[in-house]
Each structure stands twice: as structure tokens, then as C-alpha cells.
Design a protein around this ligand. Sequence first.
Ligand code: 3HC
Length: 694
Amino acid sequence: MSALVTYTQEGDIGIVTIDNPPINASSQAVREQLLSAFEQLRNNADIKAIMLSCAGRTFMAGADIREFDLPEIPAPDPNDIHALIESMQVPVVAVMHGTVLGGGLELCLSCHYRVAQDSTQMGLPEVKLGVLPGSGGTQRLPRLVGFTKALGMIVSGQPISAAHALDIGLVDAIFNDDLHAQALAYCRNITDVDHANRVIGNLPLTLSDTDKANLEQQVNKLPTADKGGNATRAAAKCTELAGSLSLAEGLAYERQAFVACRDTDESKALRHAFFAEREAARIPNLPRDLPLRNIQSIGIVGAGTMGTGIAMSFANAGFPVVLQDLSAQTLTRANELIAKTYQGSVTKGRLTPQEAQHRTDLISTTEDDLQLSTCDLIVEAVFENFDIKKAIFKRLGEIAKPGAILASNTSSLDVNVLAECSGRVPDVLGMHFFSPANIMRLLEVVRCDHTAPEVLATVMRLAKRINKVAAVSGVCFGFIGNRMLEGYLREAEFLLLEGATPSFIDKALEDYGMAMGPCRMIDMAGVDVAAKVVLEQKKSGSLPDDDTYRVVVQRLFEEGRYGQKTSSGYYRYEGRTPVEDTAALELFARLAQEHGITQRTDISAQEVVERCLYPLIAEGYKILEEGIAYRSGDIDTVWLHGYGYPAFRGGPMFYASTIGPDRVVASMQAFAKHTGNAFGYWDIPSSLAKAGAN
Ligand code: 3HC
């Protein structure tokens, strides 16, 4: 095995270096070699201090998460390494850079000193994986920085900057220059002969009344254990116990709690989501060294809310953007939105005024589409009208420079047709951003039948540069996300016709974990927008021959109930607060009567969840059968990042695997019997039937 941990010496300073790319995860082999390195250094009388560093782009960013699937985490135990480091006869100095996370930060907490590059981020993000810091983080961090600060870091999982870490005493020094040289000098200057007093595990910790009040306040805000709050609650408990247990007792309790968390569905789901997100960025069967196109400048056609949000997404990552629109008034509104958004970030302290100005300056607006002709990537983001989009792609084919990538932000239309219109079929694909585009992280990248592989790969790489989570979809109506959404909304509307109220439906799905129920969601996105999608589908002939299909959204649209923006939709609004509206309920009852649907009072929350989610899951299976998505994890990634699907459920496909596809099949069969299946709504895709039979 190649050496993952090496030892060198510079004068009287020993240097232990971990080199396990890409993120120096603490795998079994790393732990074994680290333990052995420190054991060998134990009796080395030639050194006065030991530097513990990592090679590559980051200090250790955590335990190797892949090991969590093993029945037992293989020895050596990180706690044994930490105990050894704490007992070394010379001080050990952790030299941090990059992202020092989880087990990486815990390793540093066992060292006597911690120094960091000024750009370092550090934190204990374990709860985001449904576990808790399992090798001393909940016991040592509060002893070092105080209970309340530690609790905040542990329960939020959010990293902090080196400057903040210096402020709270988590690091002893930060360097902005040559880290190695400065850390070496720091080690040479250590005069502390009795470094045992720097062993964090020996520091006392007592919770003050304020600490206790903060704890209660924090815990009260956490979701319940069965709704994604298991790990955070357990982490808070461990941190609390640091105030009353000895280090050894605390570590033992923490370890037990860690193992219990690791084995929950919550953690399995979150770990699945972590790896699925990274896998989604990979296009199968492409050579790793495929040359990509060089993207330096971005053009955007259409300066509405979507186009402006997309422009800011690129400017935020440092790209110059030309934002083009035929209407001067729309461009003025775009400039106002850009100024307001960046000003808001300055007010909240997220950007300095200089950074905000720089980003604003990167976006130039114009009515003249010829200014797009120098751009490497042009994203069309006009409203969802096929004829207009076709005309734009024809024009882009004429004016774009050779080799430019042409993308459509359509949320549902046939991008193959747009590619044909451009006359540059291999250069065209879809880039479906979600609103608000500068905030939402999902990007559905739509692969047309003849998109050139390097065009697809270039856009996937670009997605990462602009901090988006990308997943590839083939061409079909609505792509992965909106296509699956259709069955979900269809059933929500049928349930309304059958007598469930919007608030009952929304609550059932929000209790399941959805960020927002379907009625609130459409009211927020706009009933008009949702109705137009249905009308486009009608035009394209892809709607079932059922006059009750999505009749609710269409009728709300006809009645001018556009949702939040008109203060009435599925609900009526008092400010932004949705209130059940008798007029809407009467409308649903009237529609039910018109369409011969009997209203009933026995609809349960469980029926709502299953009726809405199972068609969505079934559509996911169809999408896989048709090769629209490469992998089921890609589908989960789309739903987790674009539709508010609860991360602790791992996405709809993962959820189906946890409850069992047989249960989904049985339930769908029962609904088919109960509601009838004249239009094939409850047809079971063959792959789902097969999975259910296994
Ligand atoms: N274990 C195993 N693999 C990991 C990993 C980990 N902890 N962290 C990242 N990786 C892998 C990724 O899967 C990816 O692999 P791939 O190239 O094959 O897809 C590769 O490392 C690079 O990761 P990213 O694409 O995410 O690289 P970025 O530079 O964008 O981000 C990062 C780097 C910020 C470190 C990010 O990967 C991250 O947040 N990782 C998770 C960190 C974490 O949660 N640490 C705590 C782990 S739990 C723990 O330590 C328990 C302890 O308390 C006992």
C-alpha cells in the first residue's frame, strides 16, 4: 500500500503529513498509519514539536463516509489516535487549510495547538449526514470554545471562517502567507514546557444558566426525531453531557449515540443524498480527459425574473454577462432587481459593498442582440412560448460565434426542436434553472438527442463553477422534475374535488416533510403559470382524455385567482399568510358536482401522502425505464434540490426503496380499485412491478 501518512523532519520539528486525495478522508488505512506514525514519534528525543499537516487542497475533511455502511467501523478507533496525540511528550500543532470538517476538526481538537491558513473553513457537519461528531467533537469543542458556541456549530453543522475561529479561541493563530513556513516558525517559537495544560480533554466545563436556557431554546426549534431531527437532537444531548461527564464517559456516550444515529433511515437517506448529488455530475461513458469548451462569457436572452436571476448566478461566480431584452422597460426592471438583490446581501452582511458593486458591474444590459455574438454560452430565458423560443434559436444560430453553446431555460418544451431551429444541433441543450435562479441550487441539464458530448460535459463542469447541483435529463415533457410533479399535482387536485381542503392536503404533505404543500406551492409560483403549463400540455396532445384532469387549476386561472400575487388562489391571503377560503371550497364542490365526483369526509392524511407521492414515484420508474435519467439517484437529486423534498427521506426513489416498492404497488392497486383507472393513472410501470415482486 502506498504511504498515506509520511514523516519528515525539519531541524527539531517533526512533520506528519497525511496525503489521501481528494479530501484526506480518515479511512481505515489513514488511521492505521497515523497511529503508527505517532507511536514511532513517542520516544523521539530529537524533536521539540510536531506539525500535523495534510497535502493537497485541504486538511482532512472528515471520516470516510463510505465506511459507515460497514457493519463495524474498522480499527483503529480515532479516539485511540486522539488519546495518543494528547499524551505526546512534545506539543502537537495542527496546521489547517481548506475545509477542516468532522473527523478532521476532531483530530485537530486532540492537538495542543491549532493554526490555520486565513481562507480555512472549519466545522462539524455530521448532522447533515444524520450522524453526530463521533470522535470527541461534542466533548472537546465545548470545553475549548464554550458550550453555547459549540452547540451552535454542532447543531447547525455550518462551518465557520478562520477569522471567526480565532475570535472564539478555536485556533491559536492564522496565517495569510506561506502556511508551511509560518507554521514551522510558530512551532519553533513554542516555549510552553508544560503543554499538558493545553490538552482540551482536561479543561473543565460547567453549563451556566444562560447555556441551559440556550440549549432549551435550540432544542425546541429542532424537528422531532422522526422528522429529520434525530441526529441534531442526539448531538445536542451529547454536547450537554460534556458539562457533567468526564471526557472518557462523554466519549463513550458519544460513540454509542454516533453508532445509533448511523444506523437510522435518516442517516442512510442523507448519505445517499450526499453521494447521489456527486454521482449526478458524472456523465456515463465519457472519457475523463474529454476536451471541454472554454466558457469565459455568458449571454442571456430575456431579462425577466428568470433571466435576471440566471445573470446573477453567473456574475456571482465571476463571469461577465450580457443580459439582452427587446424591451427597455424590462431591462430597467432587471437592473433594479439586480441592485435590490445585491443591496440586500450587503445589508445582511453576506457581501461587502465592493463585492456587490463588482458583481453588478459584471452584468451589462442591452436591447441589441448582436452583443450576444461574442459570448461563449448563450442562455435563452424568455417566457414559455414555443413559437417565440423557436424564433430566438433561429436567430441565435445566425448571430452566435462558432462553437458557442446555446441553451434554453425552458421548463418543459422540446429542446430537440429548438436545436433544429438553430441549425447547430450539436451545440444545443437545455439549462433548466429553478426560480429564483440566483438562489435555488438545482440545474436540470437537458441532453438533446444529438447534443455533442463535450457540450454536455462543459455545461456540467460549469454548473459546479456557479455552485449549482446539476443532473442530466433527456428530452420529454417537463423533463425529470416537472414530469414527476404532474402526477403529484393531479392527485392533489382530485383530492380537492373529493372534499379534502387545501390546508388538509398541504399539512399532510408538510408533515411528511415536504417544504411546502402543493396548494401553497402553486399559489406561490402562480396559478397562472401552472395553468399555462397544463394548457401547453393540452396543445402538445400529451394530456389524458379526461375533462376532470387538472380542472381545478384551470378554473382558478379563469376566475383570476392567480395565487399570492392576487391574494387569492387555492387559499385567500392575509398578507402572505394563506387562509382557508370558503369561496375556493365552494368552487371545488361545484366542480366536483359538474364532473360527477362524490365528495367524502373520510380522507386521511396517509391517503393524501400516498395518493400524491406514489404517482410521482411511479413516474420516476418510467423515467428510468425510458433512459430519461441515467440513475435513480439523479432523480432524487432533482427532487431534493429543486422541489423541497425532505432530505431525511433521501428523495422519492430512495424513499420507495426504504418503504418497499411492493408497498407502493399494493397501494396503487388499491387506489385503482377505489377511484377507477379509466385513464391509466394507476398503471404500474413494469420496472416498479418487478421491483415490488422481488
Ligand atoms: N468521505 C468519503 N468521500 C468523501 C468525503 C468523505 N467524508 N467527502 C468528500 N468525499 C468525496 C466525494 O464523494 C467526491 O468523490 P468523487 O470525486 O468520487 O465524486 C470527492 O471526495 C470530492 O468531493 P466534492 O466533489 O464534494 O468536492 P468539493 O471540493 O466540492 O467539496 C468538501 C469538498 C467540502 C470536503 C465536501 O466533499 C464535503 O462537504 N464533504 C463531506 C464532509 C463531511 O461531512 N465530513 C464529516 C464526515 S462524518 C465524520 O467525520 C464523522 C466523525 O465525526 C467520526
